[in-house]
Design a protein around this ligand. Structure first.
Ligand code: CAA
Length: 240
């Protein structure tokens, strides 16, 4: 039987590329999204991958959403915690709401989704959880205390959960993307982005498909001995 995967934030940007890469491997994919109804409808029509709307920052919504996917497609074997938002600003300008939204979505989402699927993976003795961290969680980034804290938290969450999953067949890994050519990075002011790209040894932004390639590797049947690792895919920008 084909494996079943949920990709959070899976209808656009890096998430869309991940959904497609897993589909290419013969995995049955459900793409979660938060708000972009039109985009999600287009994505589903284009790819044949069903899109499910819920907020990963909402604990109960994750329980309900994952149960819906399981009822429609089968037990969930793979979760890619990709959903993420930015609310950039220096600490002087960052509101409590900007802090909380980013922590709740980016880091809280990993907890909420894992709570919904981990018991089943454990019982069936097979699972793959891939968490999308960030170079900015490894190195920090001016104007991103919220995002860097959440992404750094994801890297710790990954290593801790990997220890709990190891003996029950559930691998837990992280990918730390650098600057990837998506809408999120396009929102960085052009002059700031130019300076960032100038510091990337490959001299260019990454492509979403280059992150998806790493996720596909970590989700493969043959990758059962890879757990607790962080795969940096960043064009050589931060070698950690
Ligand atoms: N180092 C030092 N100073 C910097 C700086 C840096 N890297 N970046 C900005 N500054 C300075 C500016 O020159 C400016 O100085 P002056 O006041 O003397 O002119 C000051 O900091 C900015 O002050 P503002 O009041 O304008 O600050 P703000 O609260 O509006 O924040 C900012 C501005 C949001 C930080 C903006 O500079 C920015 O968007 N920076 C990019 C942040 C970034 O890289 N985000 C990544 C998004 S993509 C992503 O997150 C995906 C991923 O995983 C990689």
């Amino acid at each position: 039987m084909a494996r079943v995967a949920i990709v959070t934030g899976g209808t656009r940007g890096i998430g869309e590329a991940i959904s497609l890469a897993l589909q290419d491997m013969g995995i049955v994919v459900a793409a979660n999204y938060a708000s972009n109804e039109d985009g999600a409808r287009d994505f589903a029509a284009r790819t044949g991958i069903p899109a499910y709307r819920w907020d990963v920052g909402d604990y109960e919504a994750c329980q309900t959403g994952c149960a819906l996917v399981a009822a429609a497609l089968g037990d969930v074997d793979i979760v890619v915690n990709n959903a993420g938002i930015t609310r950039d600003g220096t600490i002087l300008n960052m509101s409590y709401e900007d802090w909380k939204a980013v922590i709740d979505t980016n880091l809280g989402g990993c907890f909420n989704m894992t709570k919904a699927v981990f018991p089943g993976m454990r019982a069936r003795k097979w699972g793959r959880i891939v968490n999308i961290g960030s170079i900015n969680g490894q190195a920090g980034q001016y104007g991103q205390v919220n995002y860097a804290a959440a992404k750094s938290g994801i890297h710790g969450f990954t290593k801790a959960l990997a220890q709990e999953g190891a003996r029950v067949g559930v691998t837990v890994n992280a990918i730390a993307p650098g600057y990837i050519d998506t809408g999120m990075v396009a929102a960085v002011p052009a002059d700031v982005l130019e300076k960032i790209v100038a510091r990337i040894p490959t001299g260019r932004l990454g492509q979403a498909s280059e992150i998806a390639r790493g996720v596909a590797f970590l989700c493969a049947e043959e990758s059962g001995f890879v757990t607790g690792s962080t795969l940096s895919i960043n064009g050589g920008q931060h070698m950690y």
